[in-house]
Design a protein around this ligand. Structure first.
Ligand SMILES: [Zn+2]
Length: 257
């Protein structure tokens, strides 16, 4: 039986931890800093065995060296990218990684868009997607094209509906404001926004979310099904799904709630 926990880090990052409390082992995903992980490992009497990295940004890898210093036996998995030091096993699309303890297997999915070498890890009913898919949003396009990011999101959206979505940041409320501007009559979205407000007021993470709920309310997964939003260029909406996605992404880049 594995337990899944989001550990808040830096300004609004989550470091995801998957732990086997019986065997006293844990893995973490995208440790942007070491201290929050070390604190939880100590409090729960856990030993770190593996680190999964999704992409090279410092707020996702900054804690790796500090974790290795404390737990030198930890195996670090990362995509092929010279900007990520301290990795033992390089992974790419289609790879399957098996971790002995906590016992877990993950399929590696290449998801270029936010960065060119970004990967996601899917297994145990959980998706670790870094800065590709967010709750009610998606990552910015720093190194990829809209077509690449849309193809990446298509692959994630095709996973089982009950997949728990573990994103790299707590962005749900800010994303919800934009999403509601785009789809003001989406009832599933209205409910998600209310629920997120209550969770944040109580200091609780809004994650993980469920893939089924993202399909119903995340505008970036809905370019094929939503009505043309009045505030986006209607020409783009008629020009096909990549143009729709590009128009949505650039509208979000300029959006202030
Ligand atoms: Zn990033």
């Amino acid at each position: 039986m594995l337990t899944l926990s989001p550990l808040p880090a830096l300004a609004d990052n989550y470091i995801w931890m998957l732990a086997d409390e019986m065997r006293g082992t844990a893995l973490v995903v995208d440790p942007g800093e070491a201290a929050p992980v070390l604190d939880v490992l100590e409090a729960r009497n856990l030993r770190l065995t593996a680190v999964l990295l999704t992409h090279h940004h410092p707020d996702h890898i900054g804690g790796v060296a500090g974790l290795l210093a404390r737990f030198p036996g930890t195996v670090v998995y990362a995509p092929v990218d010279e900007r990520i030091p301290n990795a033992h096993t390089r992974v790419g699309d289609g790879d399957r990684i098996a971790i002995e303890s906590p016992a877990a297997q993950f399929d590696v999915i290449a998801v270029p868009g936010h960065t060119r070498t970004h990967v996601a890890y899917y297994g145990e009913g959980v998706l670790f997607c870094g800065d590709t898919l967010f709750s009610l949003g998606c990552g910015r396009l720093f190194e990829g094209t809209p077509a690449q990011m849309l193809a990446s999101l298509d692959r994630l959206a095709a996973l089982p509906a009950d997949t728990r979505i573990c994103c790299g940041h707590e962005y749900t409320l800010a994303n919800a404001a934009f999403a509601q501007r785009i789809e003001p009559r989406n009832e599933a979205l209205r409910l998600r926004r209310e629920q997120a407000r209550m969770l944040r007021e109580a200091g609780t993470p809004t994650l993980p979310s469920l893939l089924a709920d993202e399909r119903a309310a995340n505008p970036f997964l809905r370019v094929d099904v939503m009505d043309a939003p009045p505030e986006l260029p209607q020409q783009a909406w008629r020009a096909g799904r990549v143009a729709r996605f590009a128009a949505l992404r650039s509208a979000k880049d300029g959006f202030r709630a």
